[in-house]
Design a protein around this ligand. Structure first.
Ligand code: NAI
Length: 362
C-alpha cells in the first residue's frame, strides 16, 4: 500500500529541494501518495495566514509530513510557522542525527551523534513578561522579597522556564526508545541542575528515574557547559543526547557544525499524533530559484522518514547513494566544495539525479 505523505513545498529554495527529494524517494520503488501543499509566505497573501488550517488537518490525517523550509513572515504576530506546527501537532521530540559525511570538510572526524531535544517546554514555552508591564512589576516585587540584595530594577524583561515531570519523562523515554530501536549504546542527559535546581534539577532527577527502566542502555549525565567542551574534545564518547529545549537548540547546531553545517543536517519533529521531517537550514532567499541549493539535508530527512515508515531497506539504499555521491565529489552543489566559487559545481537537480543514478544502479 502506498504511504500517504504531506509534502510542504515551503518558501525560497523550498520548492526546488522538495521536488528533488520527492524524485529521489520515488526512485526507491517505495510507493508514495504525495499530498503537495504550500505554507509560509507563499500562502500568506492568499489565505491571511502562513499556516492554513487545511495544512494542519492534512498532517493530522496522514500523520507524516516532509517539510521544506518556510520563511517566518515579519510583523504578522506569528512567532514562527515552525514553532506553530510543533505546538499545534504536539511534536514534542526534535531528533537531529549528526554523522560525519565523506568529502565534507570539517576538523572533526567520525562524529556519530543523535540530539534529542524537548520541543514544547523550557524558555521556549513563550511565557514572558515585558519590561514595564504591570505583571512584570509584580514579579519583580516577588523576586525582591526572596532576594532583597538582587540588583533588580522594574526595568527588566522576564522569561519563565517551565520543565515538567510529564514532559521530561516523555522526552527521556523517547530518547531511550530511539537508542533501543536504532541499536545505540548510550543516552546522556544534559542539564544545568547545579544552578537551576527546580527546573533542570527536575529534568535530571526524572532522567535518572527513567534510565532505571532501560538497564540495557548505558546512561550518563553532563552539565551543559561541560557537554560543549566534551563534544569538541571527545565526541566519540557520546551517542544519544537528550536535552531540554534551549540546550537542545544550541547543541544541535553545534553538532551540525561539527559535520559540516546546517546544509547537511537532517531533522525530524515527532509526537504521538504525527511526525514532520525537515531540513534544518532556512529558505536561503539569496539563491532561491537558481538551481543552486544543496538538497542533501532534505534528502537525508527523507531517509529518516523512510525509517519512520518502516521502509528500512529503501532508507539504507538512499543513504548509501548519498554517501557514494559525496565520496566521489563530482556531482555536488557549490556549498559542498572546498572553493564554492570555483567552476565545476552542479545544480540542485543534477545532484539529485546523481543520487538517483546510484540508487537505480545499486
Ligand atoms: P538560511 O539557512 O536560509 O541561509 C543562511 C545561508 O546559508 C545563506 O547564505 C544561504 O544561501 C545558505 N544556505 C542555506 N541552505 C542552503 C542550502 N540548502 N544549499 C546551499 N546554501 C544554503 O538562514 P537565514 O538566511 O537566517 O533565514 C532565511 C529564512 O529562512 C528566514 O525567513 C527564516 O525564518 C527561515 N528559516 C526557516 C527554517 C525552517 O523552516 N526550518 C529554519 C531556519 C530559517
Amino acid at each position: 500500500m502506498a504511504h500517504s505523505v504531506v509534502l510542504i513545498r515551503g518558501d525560497g529554495i523550498g520548492p526546488e529541494i522538495a521536488e528533488v527529494t520527492r524524485r529521489v524517494l520515488d526512485a526507491t520503488g517505495v510507493e508514495f501518495d504525495w499530498d503537495v501543499v504550500d505554507a509560509g509566505a507563499a500562502v500568506m497573501e492568499k489565505e491571511g495566514t502562513p499556516l492554513p488550517d487545511s495544512v494542519l488537518q492534512k498532517i493530522r490525517a496522514q500523520k507524516v509530513a516532509l517539510k521544506a523550509p518556510i520563511a517566518t513572515p515579519v510583523g504578522t504576530g506569528f512567532r514562527s510557522v515552525n514553532v506553530a506546527l510543533r505546538q499545534e501537532l504536539e511534536l514534542y521530540a526534535c531528533v537531529r542525527p549528526c554523522r560525519t559525511l565523506p568529502g565534507i570538510k570539517t576538523p572533526f572526524k567520525d562524529i556519530d551523534l543523535v540530539i534529542v531535544r524537548e520541543n514544547t517546554e523550557d524558555l521556549y514555552a513563550g511565557i514572558e513578561f515585558q519590561r514595564g508591564a504591570a505583571d512584570t512589576q509584580e514579579l519583580v516585587q516577588f523576586i525582591k522579597s526572596k532576594q532583597p540584595k538582587a540588583a533588580l530594577s522594574g526595568d527588566v524583561g522576564i522569561s519563565i522556564k517551565p520543565i515538567s515531570v510529564e514532559g521530561t519523562r516523555r522526552i527521556v523515554r523517547f530518547a531511550f526508545e530511539y537508542a533501543r530501536t536504532h541499536g545505540r549504546r548510550k543516552v546522556t542527559a544534559v542539564h544545568k541542575a547545579n544552578i537551576m535546581k527546580f527546573s533542570d534539577g527536575l529534568f535530571l532527577e526524572v532522567a535518572h528515574d527513567v534510565a532505571k527502566e532501560y538497564l540495557d542502555v548505558e546512561f550518563s549525565a553532563r552539565i551543559v557547559d561541560d557537554m560543549c567542551m566534551q563534544l569538541v574534545k571527545y565526541p566519540a564518547q557520546y551517542d544519544v543526547l537528550v536535552l531540554p529545549n534551549l540546550y537542545g537548540d544550541i547543541i544541535s547546531d553545534l553538532a551540525a557544525g561539527m559535520i559540516g553545517g546546517l546544509g547537511v543536517a537532517p531533522g525530524a519533529n515527532i509526537g504521538s499524533k504525527g511526525a514532520v521531517f525537515e531540513a534544518t537550514h532556512g529558505t536561503a532567499p539569496d539563491i532561491a530559484g537558481l538551481n543552486k541549493a544543496n538538497p542533501l539535508a532534505l534528502i537525508l530527512s527523507g531517509v529518516m522518514m523512510l525509517h519512520h515508515l518502516g521502509e528500512h531497506d529503501a532508507a539504507r539504499r538512499v543513504h548509501s547513494a548519498v554517501l557514494s555521491v559525496l565520496d566521489e565529489g563530482k556531482f555536488v552543489t557549490a556549498d559542498l566544495r572546498d572553493d564554492p566559487k570555483a567552476p565545476g559545481a552542479v545544480g540542485t537537480r543534477e545532484m539529485g539525479q546523481a543520487i538517483i543514478d546510484r540508487l537505480v544502479h545499486a
